[in-house]
Design a protein around this ligand. Structure first.
Ligand SMILES: *[C@@H]1O[C@H](CO)[C@@H](O)[C@H](O)[C@H]1NC(C)=O
Ligand SMILES: *[C@@H]1O[C@H](CO)[C@@H](O)[C@H](O)[C@H]1NC(C)=O
Ligand SMILES: *[C@@H]1O[C@H](CO)[C@@H](O)[C@H](O)[C@H]1NC(C)=O
Length: 521
């Protein structure tokens, strides 16, 4: 539910307007589910579903705020209650060797909007439309760098705003990503290459830091933003974030695109949330091949539990605009079902990247720019199998929050794994996942639930039931690589899933829970 009870009168200093907004805190985000929108590629203002969009051309394809607003039913019907949109600021205008800045990561002017996506009024209208539906708006922001069409030595700093002096940028050096230990290398050198240069801001200097604070406070107020996705967090000096967070006043989740889970989690010391890149890599590897490594996934689940400060605030994802489409690696629908099931029921806030629910496969490539296909080509089908799956999983996850007030405190507990199967328990929910694929043989897998005895479970994708014995063992029928997602049948009431009632039920008294919870956070 969108919290209207905290009314913040934002005294927009010097702006001459009085803005009323309901600020969303980190804890307000914990139960949310995010749909990642690449603004240029989701929906066009004219609603056309045949407009050309050849990903390889890297041109603007015409997606807009009006387009998103007109297709919010598609997102909300799938059970999402938040969207993350591309950076909104004015970009490098040129057709570079890497095409246009349709993605929004080559900003030049913080105080102007990227007019390709729409006007300030249209962005405000999108924000209002989301809030009217009880949904949140998350905006992607970039503070590490600007964008310039040309070499580092050709940058005309006067073209940037408000940071228009060369002295506000680090001198050029390219980041060596093999050396994350050297913070000067990671934080002060430039991301990208020298064809499109990404001049690196001196975020450690107070004029730059306060400039960003002034800007983000206004941006959040002007568009009633509920949360921020932070680009390139590890490339910014760590001391920058605390005051930026205070100025923003909303939940922030940061990108640390590295496979070292310990390193990724360490950034939760500086920003409230991190995208769970640590788990992303072994997760993708485990399910994208019938010989994927489940042990590496289990190890990483445990690493993240140990090293992340608050696993309820991390972002669980298996695709985004920078990484390969899962379906570009395997078109197997059972494999896709398993990785999406894991993603949505894992610790933290689930994030589905637009097109994942349509089984998009990045035709012509696998990653950037091919993984940025226009969603209008799907005709926004709500009967696509993975759309239906995502809807079911959002329904289940939402139901669990209302059924079990302790759910937020549970962390994923790998209770079984072998070379092809992993079982993860989180509260009373048990997922048994497989990478055998649609051609996989049938087998049964005995799994000990670690304490849920004599209980009937419903598998929410097939609605088949099974029961645990007095030792808490279940015998799970596996086959054709299908995911098995269990929840105690008696606890499904009110969910509308598998014939259970969809009416809200009475709150359960905490003492009615009999299960031991050694995995309590
Ligand atoms: C980029 O576009 C701007 C504005 O149109 C123009 O002034 C500038 O010369 C262009 N840069 C290059 C490298 O073409
Ligand atoms: C916020 O809105 C005010 C009033 O229109 C405007 O002056 C200011 O530049 C805006 N700031 C941002 C960051 O959008
Ligand atoms: C992973 O990151 C941690 C924390 O930064 C670091 O101590 C460790 O050496 C890194 N591990 C590897 C294999 O690089």
């Amino acid at each position: 539910m969108y919290s209207k009870n905290i009314l913040l009168i934002v005294a927009t200093l010097g702006l001459g307007l009085c803005h009323t907004a309901a600020a969303a805190s980190s804890s307000d985000w914990r139960t949310r589910s995010i749909y990642q929108v690449l603004t240029d590629r989701f929906a066009r203002t004219d609603g056309s579903t045949s407009a050309t969009c050849n990903t390889g051309d890297r041109l603007y394809c015409g997606g807009s705020y009006v387009g998103i607003q007109n297709h919010l039913d598609y997102i909300q019907d799938a059970g999402f209650d938040a969207i993350w949109i591309s950076p909104v600021t004015a970009q490098l205008p040129n057709d570079t060797a890497y095409g246009y800045a349709y993605h929004g990561y080559w900003q030049q002017n913080l105080y102007e909007l990227n007019s390709n996506f729409g006007t300030a009024e249209e962005l405000q209208a999108l924000s209002t439309a989301l809030h009217d539906r009880g949904m949140y708006l998350m905006v992607d922001v970039v503070v590490n760098h600007n964008g310039w069409d040309g070499s580092p030595s050709s940058v005309n700093y006067a073209d940037f705003y408000p940071f228009n002096k060369a002295s506000q940028y680090h001198p050029y050096c390219g980041i060596n990503y093999d050396n994350t230990v050297d913070s000067a290398n990671i934080e002060d050198c430039w991301v990208g290459d020298t064809t499109v240069s990404l001049p690196d801001l001196r975020t450690e200097d107070s004029d730059v830091a306060t400039g960003y604070q002034t800007w983000i406070k206004q941006l959040v107020a002007n568009y009633s933003i509920d949360g921020l996705r932070l680009d390139t967090v590890m490339e910014v000096d760590t001391a920058f974030w605390a005051d930026f967070e205070t100025a923003a006043g909303v939940y922030m989740i940061g990108e640390v695109d590295e496979p070292n889970g310990t390193y990724v989690c360490s950034f939760q010391n500086y920003v409230p949330g991190v995208l769970n890149y640590g788990t992303y890599f072994p997760l993708f590897a485990a399910f994208s091949s019938t010989s994927g490594d489940m042990d590496a996934l289990v190890d990483m689940i445990n690493t993240v539990k140990y090293f992340c400060k608050d696993t309820s605030l991390i972002g669980s994802f298996s695709e985004n605009h920078d990484q390969p489409r899962f379906a570009s690696v395997t078109g197997d629908m059972a494999a896709a079902t398993n990785i999406i099931s894991y993603t949505m029921l894992a610790d933290g806030i689930p994030i589905i990247y637009e097109g994942q629910e349509q089984h998009y496969n990045a035709l012509g490539g696998s990653s950037d720019p091919y993984n940025r296909e226009a969603i209008w080509f799907s005709d926004y089908s709500q009967s696509a199998p993975l759309y239906v799956l995502v809807k079911t999983l959002n329904t289940l996850r939402k139901h669990i929050f209302s059924d079990d007030s302790s759910y937020l405190n549970y962390q994923s507990w790998p209770i079984y794994s072998d070379t092809t199967t992993i079982a993860v328990r989180k509260g009373y929910q048990i997922s048994v996942l497989s990478n055998k694929g649609s051609n996989g043989a049938s087998y049964t897998q005995s799994i000990n639930t670690k304490g849920i005895t004599n209980t009937e479970f419903t598998e929410i994708l097939s609605c088949a039931t099974l029961s645990s014995d007095s030792n808490g063992n279940i015998v799970v029928p596996m086959g054709q690589g299908q995911a098995r997602l269990y929840y105690p049948t008696s606890r499904l009431s009110g969910s509308g899933l598998c014939g259970a009632s969809s009416k809200a039920k009475m709150a359960r008294s905490p003492s009615a829970r009999s299960v031991a919870r050694p995995f309590y956070a």
